[in-house]
Design a protein around this ligand. Structure first.
Ligand code: 0X9
Ligand code: ZN
Length: 415
């Protein structure tokens, strides 16, 4: 089946021809621990899945050449071949939203639930697409805040699709919006929750990359944005471009690399717009950025192996991570336990602004279960797995430290 990327990729190893000259290479590399993994990221590989003593990732032509000259053991390489017969999203994936359908879905939602939701743009992408945000603010309990204006209620922001090929990561925040809209005024706990919070959802941060990934009839394994870097290389890794300890490890200065950090911190309009939006909403206390895949709950630090220095904060991150893992069964850990990456969203949000920020690497767990393109069939389960963690984060947005004194009874409303 086309979704079994490795099966497909191996089947086409011998077809590695000019037709796929711009496709990245899948690489299977020996890596025994986080230090090996960081070294691999610093060679310019985007690591996508872990095995016991190895990792799977993607590498450009020049990154692969560099790997070959290094002491990193290459176990296998094969060219990534997109699933066949794709035009836009393939028909079986028609539930996924391209940019226009995402825009329409948000418009429809806001039209039907204008009493609690409004859509606004936080700015344009490099190619000029509006970066849509939806605010959920019922106006009850405190004054209403229209069109993204700052509310006095405690705030939380959910984001998706920093990485283009991670399409599931846009669908889950959209489904969260739909769930909240459907249940406000119906479910008493959701009604009470929404009345006391200011919630933002920015489902498709990298809309330009998403459109490139799907619009040519073949999935392109696009990760980065669409910045022309010269010499035919496209894209800055938006999750290496944030301005906290930018360029200090786990990212690449090679414009062809999938983890290219950009020429300077916040060089990209997409990260600039997120920065301006988050800084402009000082009521935001919690941030969740959805990625795929691997089933992980990640918290700072990501740019170094040292734990968060503030013991209170560290304990809060750990308690929150463990609690959410009880629901979604993901693995909670400090993000550098995966590998070092500097310039990511959560280190910036926490390091620069003190926001309790998490990365969720959503399902699937394995490359073999579909990797970036697991199909629409997974969406309901992924959403169900992550609904309670999302509601829990909304609830804690007034004071995440409350997590440490919560007892079983505090979660009854989530059952
Ligand atoms: O590498 C990334 O940007 C994220 N993984 S992904 O496969 N979605 O690309 C993980 C970022 C987590 N942060 C750190 N490891 N510092
Ligand atoms: Zn990602």
């Amino acid at each position: 089946m086309a979704r079994m990327l490795f099966t497909v990729a191996m089947a086409v190893t011998t077809l590695a021809s000019a037709a796929f000259a711009n496709a990245p290479h899948f690489v299977h590399l020996k890596a025994l621990n986080k230090y090996d993994r960081t070294k691999i990221v610093e060679m310019g590989v985007s690591i996508e899945a872990l095995a016991t003593d190895s990792v799977y990732g993607l590498a450009s032509d020049s990154v692969l050449e560099r790997l070959k000259k290094s002491d990193i053991k290459i176990m296998e390489t094969f060219l990534a071949k997109p699933p066949e017969g794709v035009t836009d999203f393939p028909s079986e994936d028609s539930r996924f939203h391209n940019y226009d359908r995402m825009t329409k879905a948000l418009d429809d939602l806001v039209a039907a639930h204008g009493d609690i939701m409004r859509k606004f743009s936080i700015g344009k992408t490099l190619q000029g697409r509006e970066m849509w945000a939806v605010q959920v603010n019922t106006g009850k309990e405190t004054l209403n805040a229209k069109d993204g204006a700052v509310s006095v209620k405690p705030g939380i922001v959910f984001m998706g699709n920093h990485h283009a090929r991670e399409h599931v990561s846009a669908e889950i925040p959209l489904m969260l919006l739909e769930y909240l809209a459907k249940n406000y005024g119906v479910d008493k706990d959701i009604t009470a929750l929404l009345d006391k919070r200011d919630i933002y959802v920015i489902p498709m941060v990298n809309a330009d990359g998403v459109e490139f990934d799907i619009s040519t009839g073949e999935y392109k394994y696009q990760r980065k944005n669409m910045r022309p870097n010269g010499s035919g290389h496209i894209g800055v890794d938006l999750n290496r471009n944030y301005g906290f300890k930018w360029g200090t490890g786990g990212s690449s200065t090679d414009p062809s690399s999938d983890v290219y950090m950009g020429p300077n911190a916040f060089s990209e309009p997409e990260t600039q717009n997120i920065k301006a939006f988050v800084e402009g909403h000082p009521n935001l206390k919690v941030l969740l950025t959805f990625h795929t895949f691997s089933e992980l709950i990640l918290y700072p630090w990501g740019h170094k192996y040292d734990a968060v220095e503030n013991k209170e904060d560290l304990a809060t991150f750990e308690v929150m991570g463990k609690k959410m893992a009880e629901w979604n069964k993901y693995t909670p850990e400090q993000s550098s336990g995966l590998y070092i990456a500097s310039g990511d969203t959560v280190d910036w949000a926490y390091g620069s602004l003190g926001i309790f920020a998490f990365t969720f690497e959503l399902s699937p767990k394995e490359m073999y279960d579909g990797g970036f393109y697991p199909g629409a069939g997974v969406l309901d389960k992924v959403f169900e797995d992550n609904l309670r963690p999302a509601l829990y984060l909304i609830d804690l947005a007034d004071n995440p430290h409350r997590a440490k004194s919560q007892t079983a009874g505090d979660f009854e409303w989530l059952h």
